[in-house]
Design a protein around this ligand. Structure first.
Ligand code: NAD
Length: 474
């Protein structure tokens, strides 16, 4: 086997400040409660950020209200569009800087932040910029109105992309926002705040408050917000739904998943194996719609597994800034502990665990790509979201059994189907209770396409024309 020479991306393009305040009313304001944010691949401290308290959140919500009433709400859509196009272009211009910073703060491979996250972030702003002056044609009546101030709370797995999914439609529809990034990945949101300044976005239209769960709670429970948009775990989503119940606030929830990736016996095996690998090892499996349950037809299970193991042995795990890296670092010590706990439970419950030989770096948070075979539906690794590079493999004999097993989960975010026959794709997709069903591909995202869940994966849709609805008074 040929060895690859290291191909590290330079981090010189990123100019980090030692500490960051909160972005409120167009300016960075110093805070008192500073916390370190680290590079999960090395445990090196990158910077200190402020954790916002209730008074800070209140100031941010007030700034957003004033901006909504005085500037952004009354502004014609065609002018709002100009700002969004400007932001989209600035994201493109600074995409290398943003990609390197995303990989530093999150641990994801630079190949992914550069080729997936950043192009999609820009595409979301371009796409929703296009809607800003066409809202009367979006199918929500002749003159749909914004809601007001949106409180947005996002997770750490796609920090900047989740920001784009939230901020772009909100602004296009005429709302102002207060966004809270996740505590382990605040840095690209703060760089985005600089981009808002660079774009001359009116003060208060976008406010970024960093912090952990308490900051998020203060934000979603603030009486001055009209809309809550949350992406994160089902557990926190349920708490937010309870907190918002009985208020006037409109709510969208994008929560967890445990997607089935179904491989029929007539599937092109090599392509399916690529899809399985992309489905679960992309972004270290820190993907809500990851194909974390492989359902493979019994007659081809041996062949698929053999090929999958061969492919997994070629995955390069290591330095996220190396352009050859396929699998980067786990985002935090807490997440690593959770992945370990669930994987240990898989072994203890009798499933067979396998990982390719792979040397993990000594410092930082790492977990080798892992598969469990001999998994039954009762096993925790088949039921609970692991949110890491761990695949549970189950088999089935008939299409009906595949559908039954695929739907046997409290979640319903996504699913995949691999087969040679179009009719089988349609038959299966029709019966799967999942917001997104991919056929002969996996983890494909597009700003024009709605994304969201069934059951405990949440409600509301982000992306596409549908994504505007959550930000309009309809
Ligand atoms: P999490 O729920 O712990 O945290 C998400 C965000 O909520 C963070 O910013 C956190 O600080 C904040 N938060 C925590 N407690 C809060 C509270 N009580 N009130 C308000 N905010 C609070 O989730 P996580 O571990 O950061 O992210 C992983 C989860 O996100 C996974 O379950 C994954 O499936 C899900 N996810 C879903 C989607 C989707 O589109 N459906 C996308 C990405 C991630």
């Amino acid at each position: 086997m040929f060895e690859y020479a290291p191909a590290p991306e330079s981090r010189a393009i990123v100019d980090l400040r030692p500490s960051y305040g909160l972005f409120i009313d167009g300016e960075f304001v110093d805070g008192e409660d500073l916390h370190k944010t680290i590079n999960p691949a090395t445990e090196e401290v990158l910077a200190e950020v402020t954790w916002a308290g209730e008074a800070d959140v209140d100031r941010a919500v007030r700034a957003a209200r004033t901006a909504y009433e005085q500037v952004w709400g009354p502004m014609p859509g065609r002018d709002r569009a100009k700002y969004l196009f400007r932001i989209a272009r600035l994201v493109q211009e600074r995409s290398r800087e943003l990609a390197v910073l995303e990989s530093l703060d999150n641990g994801k491979p630079i190949r992914e932040s550069r080729d997936v996250d950043l192009p999609l972030v820009a595409a979301h702003f371009f796409y929703y910029a296009g809607w800003a002056d066409k809202l009367p044609y979006a199918g929500f009546g002749p003159d749909p109105k914004p809601l007001g101030v949106a409180a947005q709370v996002i997770p750490w797995n796609f920090p900047l992309l989740m920001l784009a999914w939230k901020i772009a439609p909100a602004l296009a529809a005429g709302n102002t926002v207060v966004l809270k990034p996740a505590e382990t990945t605040p840095l690209t949101a703060l760089l985005f705040a600089e981009i808002c300044q660079q774009a001359d976005l009116p003060a208060g239209v976008v406010n970024i408050v960093t912090g952990a769960g308490d900051t998020g709670r203060a934000l979603v429970e603030h009486p001055g917000v009209d809309k809550v948009a949350f992406t994160g775990s089902t557990e926190v989503g349920k708490a937010i739904a309870r907190a918002v119940a009985g208020t006037r606030k409109k709510l969208t929830l994008e929560l967890g998943g445990k997607a089935a990736n179904i491989v029929y016996d007539d599937a092109p095996i090599d392509q399916a194996v690529e899809g399985i690998v992309n489905g679960i090892f992309f972004n270290q499996g820190h993907v809500c719609c990851a194909g974390s349950r492989l359902l493979v037809q019994e007659s081809v299970a041996g062949e698929v597994l053999e090929s999958l193991k061969r492919r997994m042995a070629r995955l390069r795990v290591g330095d996220p800034l190396d352009k050859n890296t396929d699998v980067g670092a786990i985002n935090s010590a807490d997440q690593l502990a959770r992945i370990r706990e669930l994987s240990d439970a898989g072994s203890a419950e009798g499933a067979q665990r396998w990982s390719p030989p792979c040397e993990l770096p000594e410092r930082g948070f790492w977990f080798a790509p892992t598969i469990f075979t001999g998994v039954t539906q009762a096993h925790r690794v088949a039921r609970e979201e692991i949110f890491g590079p761990v695949l549970s493999v189950l088999t089935f004999r008939t299409p009906a059994e595949a559908v039954e097993k695929a739907n046997n989960t409290p979640y319903g975010l996504s699913a995949g189907i691999w087969t040679d026959k179009g009719s089988r794709i349609l038959w299966t997709a029709d019966r799967l209770r999942a917001g997104v069903v991919w056929a002969n591909t996996f983890n494909k995202f597009d700003p024009t396409s709605p994304f969201g869940g069934y059951k405990e994966s949440g409600y509301g849709r982000e992306g596409g024309r549908h994504g505007l609805e959550g930000y309009l008074n309809v």
